[in-house]
Design a protein around this ligand. Structure first.
Ligand code: CDP
Ligand code: CDP
Length: 230
């Protein structure tokens, strides 16, 4: 439409944010930005270079000097770190277990948030993460807080892993709960629902239902802006 808006989608792990955000972006012909992939890229590179994830200074220095770029691709978004494609290396169990620690560091968050704001400057972006509506894009025209019960979120992730599931559902549930706790309790830009975010509990609902609802809200927000400018 004539007035593209920014849409912020936040929530805990496995709520359906990235699946839904990608489809909403397709429907509106917007750009999808997966901010979690950026924190994962820093974590994966730290692990590969032997930098201990609990060494805040060393990880901070790495983040400050690392060029993390998101590229829209045919088979989904690609993630580059200093020009190297790390897409296939950012969703390992080891990265899952260390990313929330890395994401507590101020130097890491400052660097990522600046890059994310630049990507959203021209509007027409659907961005998902933990602190998008509260911190990265507080002026986003539409904010959504998406969640589901911890059981359902763990089950979704378990099904995704399929045959390569070298982890039990119970362990996965524990890992997700621990990550949620760290994301909610950290000092800088924690996971929380912005007061002006629309709340969606996706438990027992289909992806299509959620996408349709958000696309409708997005179109309405864009129309409101158009009307205001007449
Ligand atoms: O997809 P999933 O929900 O498993 O996680 P993700 O969105 O890829 O994010 C991975 C981790 O990055 C989260 O658990 C947070 O610790 C961190 N993160 C963050 O701190 N802020 C964001 N805006 C996005 C992710
Ligand atoms: O990005 P986030 O961690 O919030 O979740 P996701 O990776 O997009 O979604 C986790 C899984 O839940 C995916 O396999 C989706 O297909 C599935 N899902 C679902 O079954 N029902 C929904 N309403 C939304 C997502």
């Amino acid at each position: 439409s004539r007035h593209p808006i920014n849409i912020a989608i936040d929530g805990p792990a496995g709520a359906g944010k990235s699946t839904v955000a990608r489809l909403v972006a397709n429907a509106l012909q917007y750009i999808y930005v997966d901010t979690g992939a950026m924190y994962r890229a820093v974590t994966a590179v730290a692990l590969e270079r032997g930098i201990p994830p609990d060494d805040e200074e060393a990880v901070g220095r790495l983040a400050e000097n690392l060029d993390v770029v998101l590229l829209p691709g045919d088979e989904g978004q690609r993630v580059l770190a200093d020009g190297t494609d790390v897409t296939s290396r950012i969703r390992t169990i080891e990265v899952n277990r260390n990313v929330s620690r890395v994401a507590t560091y101020e130097a890491v968050r400052t660097k990522m948030a600046e890059a994310q704001r630049r990507m959203a400057k021209a509007k027409g972006v659907v961005m998902d993460g933990r602190d998008i509506g509260t911190h990265v894009l507080p002026d986003a025209e539409l904010k959504v807080f998406l969640t589901a019960t911890p059981r359902e979120r763990a089950l979704r992730r378990f099904k995704e892993m399929g045959d390569q599931a070298n982890i039990t559902l119970k362990q996965l549930e524990r890992d997700i709960a621990e990550r949620d706790r760290m994301d909610q309790e950290r000092e800088i830009a924690p996971l929380l629902r912005a007061p002006d975010a629309k709340f969606i509990d996706s438990t027992g609902r289909t992806i299509e239902q959620i996408v349709d609802e958000i696309v409708e809200w997005g179109r309405a927000a864009s129309r409101t802006i158009s009307a205001g400018e007449k």
